[in-house]
Design a protein around this ligand. Structure first.
Ligand code: LLP
Length: 434
């Protein structure tokens, strides 16, 4: 469910006509719906309401300061992965004390920054990391709260680049070696054993792998509670969203029309399956969803540059590119693409929808059916709220896109389009070339 819909012929986000946003702020521009994020947060919380829950929004999905503040206002902490992300939480006026710090290669400076700001816990990925964290904590005269990431060796049945819970991934400590890792951790003077963590992958479309992983790890979690008095179990993130029928999935009617065995994962199904497995543990449960919280809450607006009619193929060339949204090029991901002004009298066109970047990979959609569009008309790439702007680059010296947040009938620029001076400001031509 989300708040993007046609009101008359024009695509709206909540009560805002998206063409007005495109005209005022130009394109490419990301637009986020505050109400959709609120709903996603509330549904997740309600879906697991039988548990003592802390939602740590995985801010790698979308770390715009306004988005962070919105989630903090709702009561979320954050799952963060770098010193930069710690600084973003603080800059957003939010609290690091309900946030967890993950990642396989935290530097000493990042560990110190997290400790100085009262991080809830470090999610530790290896034994050398235990040593490093204890060392930094000792230097600061502190005890570092930690949880070890246990790798359950479960296949998440998702794209190979975003599966993380198999034994051949770089993440976590295998279940068979985890007891020894906790014993080692308990011997460090500056570590406090606070929890246990797992995360098996991203964009999971069925609850079965989550259930399999929780069932595999739960007995070990109970042992840790008895032995060390751990306080929480983080089951990670990974809940998938609808990409194919993105626009239609904003309406309840679409969900009702799906056959039960075809229905994509919902927070209600997820909660119903996992709550009975987690409740008996009597621990605080942390969730680290990123994509589910923001994915369907954002679109990328673009303008048509040309309709190029080829011999056997049409190309709709737009002003957004793979530097703005890398997911189709990187993961062959599908994003629904819709016109901002729908005109049912127009012919349908089959075209590759491409950006202006000089490589063939700069393609958002192949042989896609879309209403015929011409130069200057706008379209929206749906489900772009997660891993969109956050993964953008400056390839081809294209500036970072603008970002806009919608709230009811109001909208505000929450990140101005980057300027050429900002892009090149740190570059220098050395004296020996002059
Ligand atoms: N927790 C941990 C430890 C993670 O590594 C991740 C994501 C999450 C939580 C959040 O996962 P989510 O709920 O968003 O699925 N760039 C890729 C996705 C990479 C996910 C990396 N880790 C994409 O665009 O599909």
């Amino acid at each position: 469910m989300h708040h993007f819909h046609y009101a008359g012929p024009n695509l709206h986000c909540e009560s805002v006509d998206l063409a007005a946003v495109a005209q005022l702020h130009g394109t490419p521009t990301y637009v986020y719906s505050a109400a959709t994020m609120t709903d996603n947060y509330a549904r997740l919380k309600a879906g697991l309401s039988g548990l003592d829950l802390q939602i740590c929004y995985a801010m790698k999905a979308n770390s715009n300061l306004a988005v962070l503040r919105h989630f903090a206002n709702l009561g979320a902490g954050f799952d963060l992965v770098s010193g930069g992300e710690i600084r973003r939480v603080i800059a957003a006026g939010a609290d690091v004390k309900t946030s967890v710090f993950a990642g396989v290669g935290k530097s000493e400076a990042e560990i110190a920054l997290a400790l100085e700001n009262g991080i809830f816990a470090f999610h530790v990925e290896s034994e050398p990391e235990l040593k490093r964290i204890s060392h930094v904590a000792g230097r600061l005269g502190l005890k570092a709260p930690i949880a070890i990431r246990v790798n359950p060796d479960v296949d998440a049945h998702t794209h190979a680049k975003i599966t993380t819970g198999k034994s051949d991934n770089k993440f976590g400590i295998p279940l068979a070696a985890a007891a020894a890792a906790y014993e080692a951790a308990a011997r460090y003077p500056h570590l406090e054993l606070k929890g246990v963590q797992m995360h098996i992958g991203s964009q999971l479309t069925s609850v079965a792998p989550f259930v399999e992983a929780v069932c595999k790890i739960a007995p070990f979690v109970a042992e840790l509670k008895a032995k060390y008095g751990i306080k929480y179990f983080s089951i990670g993130g990974g809940m998938g969203i609808v990409y194919k029928d993105a626009l239609a999935s904003g309406q309840q009617a679409w969900w009702d029309a799906q056959a039960p065995d075809q229905r994509p994962l919902t927070p209600e199904t997820y909660g119903a399956a996992l709550t009975p497995l987690l409740q008996p543990l009597g621990l605080k449960i942390l969730l680290e969803h990123g994509r589910f919280m923001v994915g369907n809450a954002g679109v990328l607006l673009a303008r048509v540059e040309h309709l190029k009619r080829g011999a056997g193929k049409n190309f709709l060339v737009v002003d957004a590119a793979m530097n703005d949204l890398i997911r189709p090029a990187m993961y062959e991901s599908f994003h629904e693409i819709v016109p901002l002004h729908r005109d049912t009298t127009r012919r349908a066109l089959t075209a590759d929808i491409v950006g202006p970047i000089c490589e063939s990979g700069d393609c958002f959609a192949k042989d896609r059916q879309i209403q015929e569009l011409g130069e200057g008309e706008f379209l929206a790439l749906m489900s772009a709220g997660a891993y969109g702007y956050a993964m953008a680059s400056r390839y081809n010296t294209r500036p970072a896109a603008a970002e806009v947040l919608v709230h009811g009938s109001a909208f505000d620029l929450v990140n101005a389009r980057e300027t050429f001076e900002q892009m090149t400001g740190n570059e220098r031509v050395p004296a020996f070339l002059k």
